[in-house]
Ligand binder design. Sequence first.
Ligand code: PAF
Length: 280
Amino acid sequence: METVREIGALRDAVAAFRADGQLVALVPTMGALHAGHVALVEAARRPGTKVVASIFVNPRQFGPNEDLARYPRREQADLRMLEAAGCDLVWLPGVETMYPDGFASTVSVQGVSETFDGASRPGHFDGVATVVTKLFNQVRPDTAYFGEKDFQQLAVIRRMVTDLDMGIEITGVPTQREDDGLAMSSRNIYLDEEERGKATALPRALGVAARSIGRGDDAAAALEDARATLIAAGFTIDYVALADAETLSDDPAPDRPRRLLAAARMGATRLIDNIAIEDS
Ligand code: PAF
């Protein structure tokens, strides 16, 4: 596995893959890798395809009071995981490469980025769309892989790729979970032991509500029950809501694919999770 830190070296390495007739798949990450990221690399591995992973903790997607400074950084462990997962090339740009002096452009996706996390974290999805556009332009992949754990992010990126004719196939990979159901996240390490125990209420409450809504029960009542369960478990709720799975509208039509989304704080840690509504 090769690692590159300069854009020229990246372009040379990708050109060598292309010269060899290979397709290029990109797995963008912010490092602090876990089994969820490994699943992205494994999904990206195909005969005739080289997998490029990027590691860049993107300051533009963190709000002023968010966890940029303490976001876990562990490059050596990340590289070992990527190599073991079968990644071919790792792109490790510095902040000065991504945002040199004078940088003045923002990619902003309306609508789908305005609800839920977009409302709670102003500027977050502009930061994501901008850095993902840069990563796409730097690597110029054929395909790119993103986790469904960040469901709204995936929807924003799909909209952006369509709107801007980027011509990159986007694949969403199902959320990887711990044995007790908690969605894997680089931020789970912020939880102390007691908080970690209580955090399992989040996937449980979402599962109960999603099954109830899928059976045709009253959605508002199911959401209210989920909120009450989370509050009883010690969560402070940001949102627990039903969304259109494509547009992320918070008023989804019942005949459209729907997703149950939640964000809630356990102590100082903000956790998100989501689950499909499957009619039963
Ligand atoms: O999902 C993430 O880790 C980040 O939001 C991404 C897509 C790598 C952009 O910084």
